[in-house]
Design a protein around this ligand. Structure first.
Ligand SMILES: [Zn+2]
Length: 220
């Protein structure tokens, strides 16, 4: 390897008190740029590579944020059944129990009355108890989904939800279920429900891929 950048020819130099360093970019970063941009760089240095690399990272981060928003909005599409039985044709493999305990805010009793007003549509729903409980439920659901995915599951069966209060008046949402794989999920779920679950699953897959990319893992 010469002391000049193989791409732009600029000298690779360590920084001194009087001169800014020009470092050679790692093979990983060069490969990442090539993969994302469709380029064929063999080398990059700070001078010719910094802007390109920043652009690649910005692109990955942007798509990550976009996919994350999609997942958040569509988290309820992850198959969660409250039933403990399944159609006989379901090819089920059980994983393990998954649980989520979420505290949704203090002042439950003081806000409880406001919750009733919420149902009547009289109060700003963004500050009311029902909003908080819904948020808590969504958070608990997200936790269950994350745990189920980590186990390699594609659904959670026998989901049970409990609501409670803590000693200091916080409301809690407790959710639990059994993570499982239904191999023929497409035959078990109704078509539109399956299609939505598939879209969510693709988004999860892409997020995992983008996170690996962001961490510099390009081997896939
Ligand atoms: Zn260069």
């Amino acid at each position: 390897m010469s002391d000049d950048c193989g791409n732009c020819g600029t000298r690779i130099t360590p920084g001194t008190a009087f001169k800014t360093a020009n470092d050679r970019k790692s093979e990983r970063l060069v490969a990442l740029v090539n993969l994302v941009q469709g380029t064929t760089f063999t080398e990059l240095c700070a001078r010719c590579g910094d802007a390109v690399i920043a652009q690649v990272h910005k692109g990955i981060d942007g798509e990550l944020a976009e996919r994350s928003r999609f997942v958040e909005a569509r988290i309820a599409d992850f198959p969660m059944m409250t039933l403990s039985w399944l159609p006989a044709r379901a090819d089920v493999r059980l994983k393990n129990m998954v649980t989520a305990n979420v505290t949704v805010g203090t002042g439950f009793f003081s806000e409880f009355s406001q919750g009733f007003s919420d149902f009547a549509g009289a109060v700003n729903v963004n500050s009311g108890m029902s909003f908080k409980v819904n948020k808590g439920e969504a958070a608990a659901r997200s936790i269950l989904v994350a745990k189920a995915l980590a186990l390699g599951a594609n659904c959670v069966l026998g989901v049970d939800i409990d609501y409670g209060t803590t000693g200091n008046n916080a409301a809690t949402v407790n959710m639990q279920g059994t993570a499982a794989v239904i191999k023929n999920l497409d035959e078990v779920l109704d078509e539109d429900v399956y299609a939505r679950a598939e879209e969510l699953g693709q988004a999860f897959g892409r997020i995992a891929q983008l996170k690996r990319l962001r961490a510099g893992q390009i081997e896939f």
